[in-house]
Ligand binder design. Structure first.
Ligand code: GLN
Length: 484
């Protein structure tokens, strides 16, 4: 059911929050053994909040729009008293000491937190294969990855376990799994949603956002989690968004830019065909299509894989066995304890990033790599600013391919990095971008990306919503999603 349908049923007294929870966990219990989207469940908390919702319903009180709506949460956001593992051995038994701001706001909205979702370790990866615990399967084809790093967030929505989930996006981690799993996901403008209580990967790029079955559903969650937070110094001093209200307004005619660089030979033919038919659809609705050149995009992936690891190497230095999580107890010196803890606690990809990041920040290499990357980052931002003088949004494929098979990139991490070509430039410039389903190839979903001006989630989501009013790609569900 969509959020509006659930709201209607609550309003008419046809369902109770506890019954919604019973059904949610029943479905998860029968199917998540195969999908493996959840790392663990937060039943006690969910039933406690459900009790509150039902008590208020019984008294005839009006409830916030998301009251009684189940929510899945990527396991890199703190939920007080529950674990936050980041799908890493080093935090396997770490208890969250407080609520992330997004979690506090979802609790205030009386959403029902179902559990914590699988991801690539510390959000580094594009497939969930880097989870220290197990990979998540794509509900459309169990032999394929769900994408990543928010693979659990996308798979849990695609499988019909939860209508909404929270993910985080540093270089594409909300949008690429949304594309691979046939769901909708938004990376908000940097600073739109508080990062307080989100475990840091690359702090200048990380942003939390919603995944759901439609733009309309995602808008509810964005409206609930956005808005200024004094606890995050990079949180913008702006009120919460009101995208749901905006979506009810009629769609304006827009100028849609198509970056030539992202519809070229790097993109699979089948993906290209779906995106091109979406472009024609928009043209038929009266929007103007404008081809543009974004030359700096070709340097974006290389730049990201300097800046993100550099920030990660600093952020992850706190896992030293002294203050958080795992500690090697056998070592007889402090140095060995730290080395053993980090050696055993971190997986291969996380180590690769720490080594890379430490290297590009080291004396003698800093100017050649890190400082230069910052300059290229400015160039990318500048090129977006120039483009947005002529167009209102940019439209691209979200990823060059559909979901790939497990192990496809196991021997070649660089190939996996290069597939971030369409999503990374957006994080570099801090812009909002949406991924939504725009077709299928061999039974696998294809996603397209709509990028907007900073703070212009309204336009981005409005345009996505228009597509979903006129097409049915987002309503299709994998076989596991059909309720018998
Ligand atoms: N795939 C990218 C990476 O591995 C993006 C990850 C993310 O957005 N968290 O870093």
């Amino acid at each position: 059911m969509s959020i509006s349908q659930l709201q209607d049923q609550y309003r008419r007294g046809e369902i109770t929050a506890s019954a919604v929870l019973d059904q949610t966990y029943a479905r998860i219990d029968s199917h998540d053994g195969e999908v493996k989207s959840f790392l663990f469940h937060t039943r006690a908390l969910a039933y406690e909040i459900a009790g509150e919702v039902d008590a208020r319903l019984a008294k005839g009180k009006t409830l916030p729009p998301l009251a009684g709506i189940p929510l899945g949460v990527k396991d890199n956001m703190h939920m007080s008293g529950e674990k936050t593992t980041c799908a890493s051995k080093i935090l396997e038994n770490f208890q969250a000491p407080y609520d992330a701001t997004v979690i506090a706001r979802c609790k205030e909205a009386l959403m029902l937190p179902i559990g914590k979702l699988n991801m690539d370790e510390f959000a580094m990866g594009s497939s969930t294969e880097n989870s220290a615990f197990f990979p998540t399967r794509n509900p459309w084809d169990f032999s394929r990855v769900p994408g990543g790093s928010s693979g659990g967030s996308a798979a849990s929505v695609a499988a019909g376990f939860v209508p909404l989930s929270l993910g985080s996006d540093t270089g594409g981690s909300i949008r690429q799994p949304a594309a691979f799993c046939g769901v909708t996901g938004l990376k908000p403008t940097y600073g739109r949603v508080s990062r307080y209580g989100l475990v840091a990967f690359a702090s200048s790029l990380d942003q939390i956002g919603p995944l759901g079955r439609s733009v309309h559903d995602c808008a509810y969650l964005l409206d609930a989690i956005s808005g200024h937070d004094a606890r995050d110094a990079t949180s913008a001093n702006l009120p919460a968004t009101q995208v749901v209200a905006h979506l009810a307004m009629s769609q304006k005619f827009l100028k849609i830019g198509i970056p030539r660089e992202l519809i070229g030979p790097e993109i699979d033919d089948a993906v290209k065909a779906c995106v091109e038919s979406a472009i024609r659809w928009y043209e038929q609705q009266g929007h103007q299509i404008i081809w543009c050149d974004m030359a700096s995009f070709s340097a974006a992936v290389a730049t990201y894989y300097i800046i993100a690891p550099a920030e990660a190497s600093a952020n992850l230095s706190r896992y030293d066995g002294v203050r958080y999580g795992l500690r090697d107890k056998k070592a007889d010196t402090l140095k060995t304890m730290i080395a053993n803890t980090r050696g055993h606690g971190f997986g291969a990809e996380v180590k690769r990033r720490i080594i890379l990041g430490t290297y590009v920040l080291s004396s003698g290499y800093y100017d050649a790599f890190y400082a230069k990357a910052q300059q290229v980052r400015s160039l990318i931002t500048y090129e977006f600013q120039q483009a947005f003088q002529n167009v209102d949004v940019l439209l691209t494929p979200t990823a060059p391919t559909t979901a790939f098979a497990f192990g496809a990139h196991a021997q070649d991490p660089l190939a996996m990095y290069l597939a971030d070509i369409a999503t990374i430039p957006v994080n570099m410039a801090g812009l909002p971008a949406l991924s939504l389903p725009c077709g299928f190839s061999d039974g696998l979903p294809v996603g397209m990306q709509i990028i907007g001006r900073a703070w212009d989630e309204n336009t981005v989501m409005g345009l996505g919503h228009q597509f979903q009013l006129g097409t049915d790609y987002h309503t299709r569900v994998p076989a596991i999603g059909s309720v018998a």
